[in-house]
Write a protein that binds this ligand. Structure first.
Ligand code: ZN
Ligand code: ZN
Length: 285
């Protein structure tokens, strides 16, 4: 016995299966393809724009990122009807603004391709992510003072790398004379920056100290950590005083220095030795 759609009367065929008495077109019209969604609520950081995805704060670097996150949210929030196989969603929404979002649902109803759009209220809940809350509350916890003899491409590359790697923990990068001060919200990151510098240069002198002890609004005591990273990137022509004797740098290969004294004598010393015994230096420039 042939079956017909109870709504439009179309006869069942391979391209028009009857599901619960309805053809695919009428099925979607009458029942939809997913259970009713009341609203979608997304928590975001008003300071850095990160989005809270199931308790994890995810950085959003582009509108594509945000679309992906929203689509994941939507997939998690909707429940397809039993006969419908949900394959993909596309969401039309206003970023960080409460509005009605249009959700396009793509999938199959008994092997028949279905495309169906629904509208859902989308709410954006503004808050501060833990990292931004820390910045707003306690200020920075550490300062890394990068100092160099010569400003060169390697230094610039290094500062850019630090900025990229630890962006989330950097409050500010301040250029100062012959260096940069990097304000960090996490003291542990300071040590990681030291490690990075040590991997790049042999001649790196590290000096750690603590600033005044302060009491935070939480009652916690905190002393700001200062780490000075002095990068001895000598170039020929630089002036240096080692063990009280002034020298001019002849050459430096990253590890070994050739130094000329005022009489024209040249000595070769390792940068480790110089690091322990220099009292001052001056770049040729
Ligand atoms: Zn029908
Ligand atoms: Zn944030």
């Amino acid at each position: 016995m042939k079956r017909f759609c109870v709504k439009c009367g179309v006869e069942e065929s391979p391209s028009t299966p009857i599901v619960n008495g309805l053809c695919p077109k009428c099925y979607v019209e009458v029942r939809g393809v997913v259970e009713k969604v009341d609203k979608i609520e997304i928590e975001f950081c008003r300071s850095c724009g990160a989005v809270n995805v199931h308790g994890k704060w995810i950085d959003v670097n582009s509108s594509e990122d945000l679309s992906e996150i929203v689509e994941e949210y939507v997939i998690d929030s909707i429940k397809p009807l039993q006969d419908f196989l949900l394959e993909d969603v596309k969401v039309d929404f206003k970023p960080f603004e409460d509005s009605i979002a249009t959700i396009k649902l793509f999938g199959k109803l008994r092997e028949i391709k279905i495309e169906h759009a629904i509208q859902v209220r989308m709410f954006w809940k503004s808050t501060l992510c833990p990292n931004c809350r820390r910045i707003a509350g306690g200020g920075h916890k550490a300062v890394v003072q990068i100092r160099y003899v010569n400003d060169d491409e390697e230094i610039e590359k290094f500062v850019k790398l630090v900025e990229k790697e630890f962006n989330k923990f950097i409050k500010e990068i301040k250029p100062v004379k012959k260096g940069y001060d990097i304000m960090l919200t996490d003291a542990g990151i300071a040590k990681k920056i030291v490690d990075l510098a040590k991997r790049r240069w042999f001649g790196v002198k590290i000096i750690e100290s603590f600033g005044d002890v302060k009491r935070l609004s939480t009652g916690e005591k905190m002393a700001r950590l200062y780490i000075s990273i002095r990068i001895l990137n000598f170039k020929s022509g630089d002036y240096i005083v080692v063990n009280g004797t002034p020298y001019t740098v002849e050459s430096f290969d990253g590890a070994w220095l050739k130094l000329r004294n005022q009489n024209g004598d040249v000595i070769e010393v390792h940068v480790d030795f110089v690091m322990k015994s220099f009292s001052k230096y001056k770049s040729r420039k």
